[in-house]
Design a protein around this ligand. Structure first.
Ligand SMILES: CCC(=O)NCCS(=O)(=O)O
Length: 381
């Protein structure tokens, strides 16, 4: 920021910024950036960061996950194709990706609306909705939900994992991808004027594909121009988060304003976790409420329990990372909703916070994790 409070555009000496925009377009961005500086951009418009309150930094309110359907064993084929029934809820908890119906969160807007009202009553203020291109983002529904529930909702710009990239997306240059992302933040997404307030979740696989590498570079370039928050979905390998950060860093991204999601199923070794933490991103434990015996996307992984997640948070706090931790549930299937016997969007506030307080994390640290860290991350530079 300049002393007059307006955003000072850096000279184009950063290689990540050079040559990507016609001067006319760039000065348009410059104007919008000064308006967003110091604000959080929700689907209802920019707000003062102090208005957010307790914030879940990684949720979905409407999306489809058919891209990631996991075929069940032969014996479970019938349940997998049937509508969801009470008697199959335990099966669904163990096999969430093997039921077609379970992957259609987009059919549950009324239930989600009701559950956001529970969330407000439980003391929740804001939700970051990470649905990006490839898993059916719908910012118009997000705007309606924000209006009807009073929950601040921040929508995500950009692209999910490679398997969802269209052939058109794959052919795009980094410049074109950057333009799309910048446009979703400055002008609106999904053919509307409803604007995204974060880039991501940007999807990556393991190994990271060529198309994903282009999207990561575009993410860094867009972030450099916008001064905005970024959130990443890493591949399922302990080396994946650092590999992503390296690509973002080399492309000029601001790692201190980037969240690395899904660490609960990605890095297990404490030494490796601390090595990664040193790279400077926010560290996100966002699968609270998910407990399953076999994690079908990577059978090598033992999905942790909520108690183990809390232990990891306490470890990171003890190691001095209380200013870098953020948490969420990452609800992305129907069975996670209260309507289907799941934990819903208020589980952390109702059940995990009291547990944190008995496991060496004090109220001030809880407030940092739920209020201060999300606020700083989400505020545009
Ligand atoms: C779209 C939701 C999402 O990607 N969730 C992550 C699931 S997992 O990779 O952690 O299993």
């Amino acid at each position: 920021m300049s002393s007059s409070g307006s955003y000072a555009v850096q000279p184009a000496t950063n290689p990540a910024r050079e040559g990507h925009f016609a001067p006319g377009i760039f000065s348009g961005h410059q104007k919008a950036m000064s308006a967003l500086s110091g604000k959080v951009q929700t689907v209802l418009g920019p707000v003062d960061p102090s208005q957010l309150g307790r914030t879940m930094t990684h949720e979905h309110l409407t999306m489809t996950f058919e891209c990631c359907y996991h075929a069940p064993t032969q014996g479970d084929k019938t349940i997998s194709e049937a509508p969801i029934e009470m008697k199959n809820l335990f099966w669904l908890k163990q096999n969430p990706y093997s039921s077609h119906e379970n992957l259609l969160l987009c059919q549950e807007t009324e239930a989600v609306r009701e559950e956001l009202l529970f969330y407000r009553r439980a003391g929740g203020g804001a939700i970051v909705e990470n649905t990006t291109a490839g898993i059916s983002r719908d910012v118009k529904i997000l705007k309606r939900l924000a209006k009807e529930t009073g929950v601040h909702i921040v929508a995500g710009a950009g692209f999910y994992v490679d398997v969802t990239h269209s052939s058109e997306t794959r052919k795009m240059t980094v410049e074109k991808l950057t333009d799309i992302i910048v446009n979703e933040v400055l002008h609106g997404a999904d053919g509307s004027d409803i604007k995204c307030g974060v880039i991501g979740e940007i999807g990556t696989s393991w190994p990271i594909t060529d198309s994903e590498k282009k999207v990561l570079k575009a993410t860094a370039h867009a972030q450099t121009q916008l001064g905005c928050p970024v959130i990443i979905h890493p591949g399922r390998n302990p080396a994946a988060p650092a590999a992503v950060v390296q690509i973002l860093q080399e492309a000029g991204g601001d790692i201190s304003k980037t969240v690395m999601s899904h660490l609960d199923r990605t890095i297990f070794d404490d030494g490796e976790l601390l090595e990664f933490a040193k790279m400077g991103s926010y560290l996100e434990y966002d699968l609270f409420g998910t407990e399953m015996l076999n994690y079908h996307y990577n059978l090598e992984v033992d999905m942790p329990s909520d108690s183990q997640r809390v232990k990891k948070l306490a470890f990171l706090v003890a190691e001095g990372y209380e200013d870098k931790i953020v948490i969420a549930h990452d609800i992305h299937t129907k069975n996670r909703l209260v309507k289907y016997g799941g934990h819903g969007y208020s589980h952390i506030l109702n059940n995990i916070v009291p547990k944190m307080l008995t496991r060496g994390i004090d109220q001030n640290q809880v407030d940092k994790i739920l209020i201060e860290n999300p606020k700083h991350w989400l505020t545009f530079n």
